[in-house]
Design a protein around this ligand. Structure first.
Ligand SMILES: *Cc1c(COP(=O)(O)O)cnc(C)c1O
Length: 403
């Protein structure tokens, strides 16, 4: 049990708290699920890019899935070896591609024919053969929120099967391209096994048809997306997930690459915020807290549900409240019509499942400094990112002030 009151007292609020032991347990469970096959769990850095978080996964043997060169640099800084780092994303710039090739990472996940051409040109300039994987869009409905569905033809990710095949042939015929993997990622917060199985089946069939024309791949990259419990939803067990994927690979000798983000960190994280005021507007009761959408955007952005726990002396009857922050936007809320006991000034609210897409989606909107981040490991707490102060927010502007 984490003592949120003690942490709030010591480090102030709003505050992100991460349970590193929980992250370890999640990592180990997933790694174990693929036992019997070669596998690399490549942590999706964008879920929680804090250097100490990435270092924690590095120490467990994890690789990293990065979607910008900044994330690649973080992965290196955190001690993830180059041969376990992959670089994905629809819009890589020339500079990013060049640096990724210079750093000799495991492979670049290519998302379009135009990008394949750029990678080839840059690899030629560097006199290298670029290891690549192609992101296939298997046109499967992942049955998740439309904003986080990525495996349908009407969204921007990956290429269709026939383009992929063409691209593999082109890569095979190029001195500067080395096709080593195949990749798909159909969406995030997946809670149904069937779409994953179907996608894997389609992609495995493509691997077989490539084999038939002498293109031998090494890595079968199943993306991330494993869902977690925010509320009471049924989730996929890592063992069943692994079995569903492995079941599609009969006769294929491939290393599994898996890119979980949310699964590893979401439920390890808590966002702790303090009650400032309660206020009644007509029928509506608002609880105004010191954290806001600039700290944790998911409710505002996706109308996402987060469980909220009140730490209060008051055990009285529950009331329906909207929990809102100080930012000047009607969309600045953590929950609407949420049942909580009556609260007093300085009571704490602990927002659960905040370890993924929490801090990283934060901003300085309204000139608010971002929260501190604290890790809890073996019962000990330590700061892993300082609270931002006003000077941090203005330092890139101040020198340009003119009379
Ligand atoms: C975002 C992303 C992931 C991680 O998704 P989660 O839902 O956090 O597991 C993995 N791979 C790619 C390519 C992504 O874009």
């Amino acid at each position: 049990m984490i003592d949120f009151e003690a942490l709030a007292k010591e480090y102030g609020t709003p505050l992100y708290v991460y349970d590193f032991d929980y992250m370890s347990a999640q990592y180990t469970e997933l790694k174990e699920a693929f036992r019997g096959r070669k596998s690399i769990i490549a942590y999706a850095v964008k879920a929680n890019a804090n250097l100490s978080v990435v270092r924690h996964f590095a120490k467990l043997g994890s690789g990293a899935d990065c979607v910008s060169i900044g994330e690649v640099r973080r992965a290196f800084l955190a001690g993830i070896p180059a041969y376990k780092i992959i670089f994905s994303g629809v819009g890589k710039s020339d500079d990013e591609i060049r640096e990724a090739l210079e750093r000799d990472i495991l492979y670049i996940n290519v998302e379009s024919e135009a990008e394949l051409q750029r990678v080839e040109v840059i690899a030629q300039e560097l006199c290298k053969a670029a290891r690549i994987s192609i992101r296939v869009n298997p046109n499967i409905d992942p049955q998740t929120h439309p904003y986080i569905a990525t495996g349908l033809h009407d969204n921007k990710f990956g290429v269709d099967l026939s383009s992929a095949k063409r691209m593999y042939i082109q890569a095979k015929n190029s001195k500067y391209l080395d096709p080593v993997g195949i990749h798909f990622h159909i969406g995030s917060q997946l809670t149904q096994l069937q779409p994953i199985r179907e996608a894997a089946e389609i992609v495995a069939d493509l691997v077989r048809s490539l084999q038939a024309i002498d293109i031998e791949l090494k890595f079968f990259d199943v993306g991330g997306g494993l869902g977690i419990q925010y509320d009471n939803e049924e989730t996929i067990k890592p063992y069943d997930y692994a079995q569903a994927i492995l079941g599609t690979l009969r006769g294929l000798d491939l290393t599994i690459l898996c890119e979980p983000g949310r699964f590893l960190t979401a439920n390890a994280g808590y966002f702790v915020t303090k009650v400032l005021y309660e206020k009644q507007n007509g029928e509506k009761k608002f609880v105004i807290v010191d954290g806001a959408m600039n700290d944790l955007l998911r409710p505002s952005l996706y109308n996402a549900y987060h469980k909220i726990e009140a730490i209060t002396e008051n055990k009285g009857p529950l009331q329906k409240v909207d929990i809102v922050g100080p930012v000047c936007e009607s969309g600045d809320f953590f929950a609407k019509d949420y049942l909580l006991p009556e609260l007093h000034r300085n009571d704490l609210l602990v927002i659960h499942s905040a370890g993924a897409y929490g801090f990283g989606m934060g901003s300085n909107y309204n000139t608010r400094g971002r929260s501190a981040e604290v890790a809890v490991e073996n019962g000990e707490a330590r700061v892993i990112r300082k609270r931002e102060c006003f000077e941090d927010l203005i330092c890139l502007e101040q020198e340009f002030l003119v009379d």
